[in-house]
Design a protein. Sequence first.
Length: 351
Amino acid sequence: MHPFRNLLLISLGRASSFEKDPTSKDWELVFYMAKMQSLLGVLYDGIIKLPEHQMPPEDLFDRWSALKDEISRIHSAHEAHVSELEEIMARLGLSGCILKGTGLSHLYPKPERRICGDIDLWVKGDRDFIIATFRRGGYPVHDIIYQESKADIFEDTIVEVHFHPCKMYNPFTNARMQRWFEKESPIKDGTPLTYPGARFNAVFCMAHMFRHYLEGGIGMRQMLDYYYVLKVLDPADRESVMKTLKRLGMKRFCGSVMAALQYNFGLEDEFLLCPPDKVHGKTLVSDMVKMGNFGVLDKRNYSSKDETPLKRFMRKNRRVFSNFKDYPREIFWSPFARLSQFIWRLFKGYV
């Protein structure tokens, strides 16, 4: 077993020690992979469970420990920012919910170990109204696209304001998805801020992973998030969640995710949404290792300084079409969705 995967299982309480004592070189590789997968905090909990003779070199342990403390500090800052956001939303008369990271960290045994990125805020209402409301409140909104924008609220944390939680390239599938989001929305009128439940996250997080897998890549942090979502999902909701994922064209991807969850994290059969697709799951596991968190290691995502908009359009489409064989009904619509997005942004003055 690879020492990185071994330490991951130790961190989750599924193993007590390494099968083979790791060398200093092994530890440097594990540290690098943990960093690229944004799992430094989670894996720290595995390290402190190790027997003395399997501990990492002292200098590496000290570096790891310092980064763990920094991760905890950032998590505390995010929690404080969410509280501030609730006050801001109340003052602006808006209602919304926190998507992804900060909310999902609450599912972890130690939330402060999950590395935080942006704060994703889904706000209920018309896009133009939401943008105007934030701007009137003194918070500049920019980088506006179909489903989201960025709002300058905090100096040290990016806030992404979502008009839609996620989207698909396929316009017919996307319409179904948006109807489902509206129907299952956890946002309540008069409540400034809330968090989605497991049923909503089981669909939304799968769609989010699918989208990023096609566009740029996903890593193990997103997969570990989903592991914890499935752990708290009501068994009575599994059938309806899977039915929704099928209707949204994610049956094959879901099977791959189930296989990856079992291989990497040892997820029990009782928590699976569908039978694992071991063939496509093997590809997904390999891609996650090669791509890193959100595709940080995937050279297909790298842009050059002299890249023109046309070259960027072509590069991104080549990246997406590399998965055409497995997901043709979604990927076929990619260039049309990108082109229509550009025209829409141009018409609205967002380019």
